[in-house]
Design a protein around this ligand. Structure first.
Ligand code: RP5
Length: 164
């Protein structure tokens, strides 16, 4: 990770997705994984989506985190055009609270997978952690950091005190 070229691409359908998707960015920052983040809308920027997906592997991306809300076709469309693993984050929507986003992303037909996460912040954070884990498969120093992260979470849980 010395040359700081992005290893993870984070894309989202709108700037309105940022409050959720920044949780993925925060994880990558925390682990020092180089990333890029931008708006790529499947239905409003189809040409840019195509170019992004088609160039992702050659540009060195090892994972793509794609967040979208509503009829959330961005992760599936990107996955259709690259073999870079796509991690889909359902963003909460105004009327159906993200259940529409979740079902749109998770129900990929056999053959083109999108790894689908929980709706909202937890899903974005876990997509970030999964991207870290993907990079860590070939980076021992990063794997050690991920182990430490788990150990510290365990310690924090053990230290929890209930107000009883
Ligand atoms: C989707 O439509 C985006 O991912 C976003 O979640 C949703 C609403 O977009 P805006 O109308 O806020 O731009 O494409």
């Amino acid at each position: 990770m010395s040359d700081n070229k992005p290893l993870v691409g984070i894309i989202m359908g709108s700037s309105s997705d940022w409050d959720v998707m920044k949780n993925a960015v925060d994880m990558l920052k925390q682990f020092g994984v180089p990333y890029e983040a931008q708006v790529i809308s499947a239905h409003r920027m189809p040409d840019e989506m195509y170019a992004y997906a088609k160039s992702a592997r050659a540009r060195g991306l090892r994972a793509i985190i794609a967040g979208a809300g509503g009829a959330a076709h961005l992760p599936g469309m990107v996955a259709a055009m690259t073999i870079v693993p796509v991690l889909g984050v359902p963003v909460p929507s105004k009327y159906l609270r993200g259940e529409d986003s979740l079902l749109s992303i998770v129900q990929m037909p056999k053959g083109v997978p999108v790894s689908t996460f929980a709706i909202g912040e937890a899903g974005a954070a876990n997509a970030g952690l999964t991207a870290v884990a993907i990079i860590a498969t070939t980076d021992d120093a990063l794997a050690a950091k991920l182990e430490e992260f788990r150990v510290s979470q365990t310690a924090a849980a053990k230290a929890m005190v209930l107000p009883v």
